[in-house]
Design a protein around this ligand. Structure first.
Ligand code: 16G
Ligand code: ZN
Length: 505
């Protein structure tokens, strides 16, 4: 079976003049027609990994906000989060190797949970992953259609012993978080929240939350997955945030709050629409809202010393970074684009808050934090942190945290937008043949190679005030180079963007 699948795979790639796949920013991701063999090898690899560690692992089958024809595999390590760099390299080597060398595993048993999104290819890819797991002599458990953060949380919770048998406990995720939310929010929250589910899995699972929370939170769902063939089309967070357009089936009411999820429910944006103007709450503002409340609570107990850090990427609006460091007095740090880098960097703090501008994000905290909060009688903050999904950034859970805070701080979306004003910014992309020649520093804030390009960029930038910046980086998901420029005046930002794009052509 292995040889046959591998030969088929290689032939297919050769016909289309494609290279073997890489385990990239968000796992293996490609057009689903290339993924059968990949899924089989991923299954074997993870089965063996579970048998070597005696821990439960997970695989999520999704291509998130990408086209419906695409799909992918994201491996969920025992503690949630992402694989280490070494493990990523190992899985890629394992997939690329000509033959599987039989190996003795440390333990006889292994368990792997497999979740999938609503894509048409997801079911058959799930079956092939399960076969791979079986081939490795481990047990594969089919979680069915779940969100990416739900899959990660179930793996995390089962390894912690919070949950015994996932098979008979599909709703554990919903019950666990609704239970905490209902302890936090006693009275009903005013207004209506419209959630755009991107016609994907998030829209489906929101229904469970909607029913359980009906006494405290009024949710209306749009694009909730009854038209799964329209996944991410004209709806969802990627569409709203990148195109700066309202999702299909939008229901206008100036008193409503709006939120959009992406195709696997790990990204979230909120927005406000009035007078024909759409104003979007991106990741930076979630980080600030969460941090403001945490700071406010911790200030009540000056003897409680906890380190807090906010992790952003080079795409964060500089006005947000300025607000975090100057107004909130919180340490802000950049990590490279991609959840895995932010998640890792956030672990350096007692309480680490990370968000990408595109709406991926979470609060993660060290083990001792909850006990300390209890000791200092900060019970509400303890509950708030417990509400955050520790396994990975979670759009649905971040909605609950946001709804609690807006209500608690008596803020509406306009107030949230008024906390600070974004600098005008422009993000553009340019199709290039060889994006790999572009190298940046670790934070992706400045260009390192090619040297002559760097010199030209520096020359352009030297003509403008220091408050203007531009970053150029190769995309990890497309054959493009991305340019992000910002500064106080929109006309100048446009000029910078134009000149940089000309250089790259
Ligand atoms: C992936 C990443 C996302 C990142 C995006 C950048 C995960 C789960 N997803 O979707 O965090 O923002 O790539 O794309 O890590 P780019 O490299 O094309 O700009
Ligand atoms: Zn996603």
């Amino acid at each position: 079976m292995d040889t046959q699948l591998r030969d088929e795979h290689k032939q297919l790639l050769e016909n289309d003049q494609k290279q073997m796949l890489c385990y990239g920013t968000s796992g293996f991701r490609e057009n689903s027609k290339y993924l059968k063999f990949v899924g089989w090898r991923v299954g074997i690899f993870i089965g063996l990994m579970s048998k070597n560690t005696n821990l439960k692992l997970g695989v999520m089958i999704t291509a998130s906000h990408n086209k419906i024809i695409d799909n992918g595999f994201k491996v969920v390590p025992p503690q949630g989060g992402m694989l280490s760099i070494e493990e990523e390299q190992n899985i890629e080597i394992f997939y690329k190797s000509d033959e599987i060398v039989k190996q003795e595993t440390k333990y006889d048993n292994g368990i792997v949970y497999v979740g999938r999104d609503t894509r048409p290819s997801s079911d058959s890819l799930c079956q092939i992953v399960l076969e791979g797991i079986k081939e490795a002599g481990a047990v594969g458990i089919n979680l069915g259609i779940v969100t990416t953060p739900q899959c990660a949380f179930l793996v995390y919770a089962t390894n912690l012993g919070l949950i015994q048998q996932i098979e008979s406990n599909q709703l554990f995720f919903v019950e666990y978080f609704c239970n905490i939310f209902l302890q936090l929010v006693k009275n009903s929250i005013e207004g209506t929240l419209i959630i755009d589910g991107a016609e994907g899995v998030g829209g489906i699972w929101i229904k469970e939350f909607q029913q359980k929370l009906t006494n405290v939170l009024t949710i209306k769902r749009i694009n909730y997955g009854d038209e799964p063939h329209l996944l991410n089309e004209g709806c969802g967070s990627e569409f709203v945030q990148k195109e700066k357009k309202l999702p299909k089936n939008f229901i206008y009411d100036p008193s409503y709050r709006y939120a959009s999820l992406d195709g696997d429910a790990d990204r979230l944006v909120y927005y406000y629409f009035d007078n024909n103007k759409l104003q979007i709450i991106e990741g930076d503002r979630f980080a600030i809202l969460f941090a403001m409340y945490i700071e406010q609570e911790l200030k009540k107990k000056p003897n409680l010393k906890l380190s807090i850090g906010i992790i952003q990427t080079a795409y964060a609006n500089s006005a947000s970074t300025k607000y975090i460091t100057e107004k909130l007095g919180i340490y802000a740090k950049y990590a490279p684009t991609g959840v895995k880098y932010l998640h890792r960097a956030a672990h350096e703090f007692d309480i680490g808050i990370y968000f990408e501008a595109n709406g991926h994000g979470a609060i993660i905290y060290k083990d001792h934090v909850l006990n300390q909060l209890k000791e200092f009688q900060l019970f509400e903050l303890e509950l708030f942190l417990k509400l955050s999904n520790q396994a990975v950034g979670d759009a649905i859970i971040n909605i609950l945290m946001t709804e609690f805070l807006l209500n608690k701080l008596q803020m509406n979306i306009q107030d949230w937008l008024l906390i600070y004003q974004d600098y005008p910014a422009l993000s553009t992309k340019l199709y290039v043949k060889n994006k790999q020649i572009i190298k940046t520093n670790y934070e992706e804030t400045s260009l390192i190679e090619p040297i002559d390009l760097k010199q030209k960029v520096d020359e352009i930038m030297s003509k403008f005030d220091k408050s203007y910046r531009t970053c150029i980086r190769p995309s990890g998901t497309e054959s493009v180079v991305r340019v992000h420029s910002e500064g106080p005046q929109v006309e100048i930002v446009k000029e910078i963007d134009f000149r940089i794009n000309e250089l790259l052509k």
